[in-house]
Design a protein around this ligand. Structure first.
Ligand SMILES: Cc1cc2nc3c(=O)[nH]c(=O)nc-3n(C[C@H](O)[C@H](O)[C@H](O)COP(=O)(O)OP(=O)(O)OC[C@H]3O[C@@H](n4cnc5c(N)ncnc54)[C@H](O)[C@@H]3O)c2cc1C
Length: 412
């Protein structure tokens, strides 16, 4: 276990500064344009790929940083640049984390590189869990996976929604139910390889924020994937299902401790990283507001000379720093195999998401009329921040997870 320290090491500082340069020089100048275009910013992803920011190697290096803060530091810097472009660049990692969390070493080696492609032929990946009738309630998934033993193939049918990169991805990771009677414990994750027949994009959503990130429905119509596309393998799934059935049979214990379900394993691992994205947005808006407050003169003095404005900035900075500490703590715990006994991952995402929404709203207020226009970036930051209390588990669901964990009670 690494000794306690909040100081970043030389390597971490070098990565942070390198990403900051990319965020300032490449992402910031392009942010407003891609927000307006509401299209996937392939040239920006390609540029990130050329210098190694969009690559499996880069994320693997950050992911395996023993302190745990490699990923949050990277996320904060990229999302300080811009959240829509940031999500277009890192959206693939949600699918990659699903493979890392649930796949065998062989599956990780096969699929993770294909998710990113190469700098000359960049690809993206999608993680498809949510459905029209199964958002917060992941156990209600209807997409069905049926095993065709004669052909050693899985057949997937259903409709996924809200999938980041859905339909434009090379590799899709799809969560489906194998045994609907077992609810969330009857689910498994499947890789759908590039160009598989039967997978198509449904509606592409027009959004309030993070508009450079593609979000769409994914329709699975008799999609056949080879047996080896089941993440973790059939033996492990059969064992898991058998355990879940045993527990379900003992009704009193049903639902307790029968193992993690596939979608939840992905979300748990990615929550602090998502919190760090929100912090990047909040920090960006705070910096704009601080500069503005020091230079904007009303009643013959800079507006920051009024306590009402200065105290707001003090609260903004305090909340951002508190959110970062929660994210770093959860990331350090995860990297050091410390169990989340008080749902620390959820705490970090909850607080960071709420902070981003609040801080960006305050920033708009401090900029007055300018804050309301697209001449200044804070209105975009505010629109972008709103997703952080919704995706990867809404704020209410984070509170539910925390409340259940600290109480040990099945709070509903
Ligand atoms: C831009 C965007 C990108 C996304 N990317 C992905 C992706 O890549 N992959 C993927 O699988 N999904 C993705 N999602 C889906 C996202 O995770 C869901 O939208 C989210 O989990 C909420 O589900 P829902 O929209 O169905 O809301 P609902 O579950 O219908 O919730 C509606 C409201 O009810 C509240 N609520 C629900 N249950 C409870 C409860 N028990 N107690 C208290 N309040 C409750 C919620 O907090 C919320 O306020 C994305 C969504 C968006 C908008």
């Amino acid at each position: 276990m690494s000794p306690f320290s909040l100081e970043l090491g030389e390597d971490q500082l070098a990565v942070r500064d390198w990403l900051h340069g990319f965020a300032a020089d490449v992402m910031r100048p392009a942010a407003a344009e891609w927000d307006e275009r509401e299209e996937t910013p392939w040239p920006i992803i390609q540029e990130a790929a050329k210098i190694g920011i969009y690559s499996l190697d880069f994320y693997a290096q950050q992911y395996f940083d023993p302190s745990g803060v490699g990923i949050p530091v990277a996320m904060e810097e990229l999302f300080w640049g811009d959240a829509g472009l940031g999500l277009a660049i890192v959206g693939t990692t949600l699918a990659a984390v699903a493979v890392l969390a649930n796949g065998t070493d062989e599956q990780i080696g096969t699929w993770a590189p294909q998710m990113f492609g190469t700098p000359d032929d960049v690809k993206v990946a999608a993680f498809c869990s949510s459905e029209p009738d199964a958002g917060s309630d992941v156990s209600a998934l209807r997409t069905r996976a049926v095993y065709d033993e004669a052909k050693d193939e899985w057949v997937l049918n259903g409709t996924k929604t809200w999938a980041t990169n859905g339909g434009i991805a090379a590799v899709h990771v799809v969560v489906a139910t194998v045994d609907p009677a077992l609810g969330a414990r009857g689910q498994a994750s499947f890789v759908v390889p590039p160009a598989t027949q039967g997978l198509s994009q449904g509606q592409k959503f027009k959004k309030h924020g993070i508009r450079a990130s593609h979000t769409a429905e994914v329709v699975l119509d008799n999609v056949r994937v080879p047996g080896h596309c089941l993440l973790g393998g059939k033996e492990r799934l059969d064992e898991r299902l058998a355990r879940a059935r045993e527990r379900a049979a003992g009704a009193a214990k049903a639902g307790s401790g029968a193992g993690k379900n596939a979608a939840m394993a992905t979300f748990e691992a990615s929550r602090p990283a998502v919190g760090a994205q929100a912090i990047g947005i909040a920090r960006a808006a705070y910096e704009v507001a601080l500069d503005y407050a020091k230079t904007r003169v009303q009643f013959g003095r800079p507006i920051i000379d009024n306590q009402g404005v200065a105290f707001t900035l003090a609260d903004m900075r305090t909340r951002i720093d508190a959110a970062r500490l929660l994210v770093w703590r959860a990331s350090w715990m995860a990297a050091n195999q410390q169990p989340f006994t008080a749902a620390e991952g959820s705490m970090s995402k909850l607080y960071a998401g709420e902070t981003a929404k609040w801080v960006t709203a305050q920033a708009m207020q401090i900029l007055g009329g300018n804050g309301f226009t697209r001449e200044y970036p804070v209105e975009r930051m505010h629109r972008d921040s709103a997703i952080y209390t919704i995706f990867e588990g809404t704020s209410e669901i984070q509170r539910l997870v925390i409340a259940r964990t600290i109480s040990g009670l099945p709070i509903r």
